[in-house]
Write a protein that binds this ligand. Structure first.
Ligand SMILES: [Zn+2]
Length: 113
């Protein structure tokens, strides 16, 4: 069983599987696109320091030392950040950094890894 796939949005079954780029639910027969979330994020227009489009779930590298708001910690240049989430706002990346925790970054200070 692959627990990285989302549950069926119709019957909430956990036994969904992937077939030809579509997600399929064996219990109710519902089929939907696995890429719907990515497509929506792609239209958000968030790009990295080099203008490459960023999507939810991407990994990025920090290109500049960044002070963490309200803490003495610094996110060092070269820090690899996995599984980013795009959000609205001045800081448009929501992420978790090992050793620091959940924080938000500006997309202009990262590059796609
Ligand atoms: Zn279902």
């Amino acid at each position: 069983m692959n627990d990285t796939l989302p549950n069926c949005p119709v019957c909430n079954s956990a036994y969904t599987y992937e077939q030809g780029g579509m997600l399929v639910c064996p219990e109710c027969g519902h089929e939907w696109s696995a890429n719907e979330a990515d497509t929506a994020a792609g239209s958000s227009g968030v790009t990295d320091a080099h203008g490459n489009p960023l999507n939810n779930g991407d990994s990025v590298t920090v290109i500049k030392d960044l002070k963490v708001k309200g803490a003495s910690a610094v996110v060092k240049v070269g820090t690899r950040v996995k599984n980013i989430r795009l959000v609205d706002g001045d800081h448009d990346i929501d992420c978790k950094i090992p050793g620091i925790g959940a924080m938000q970054l500006k997309s202009e200070f990262v590059k796609k890894a």
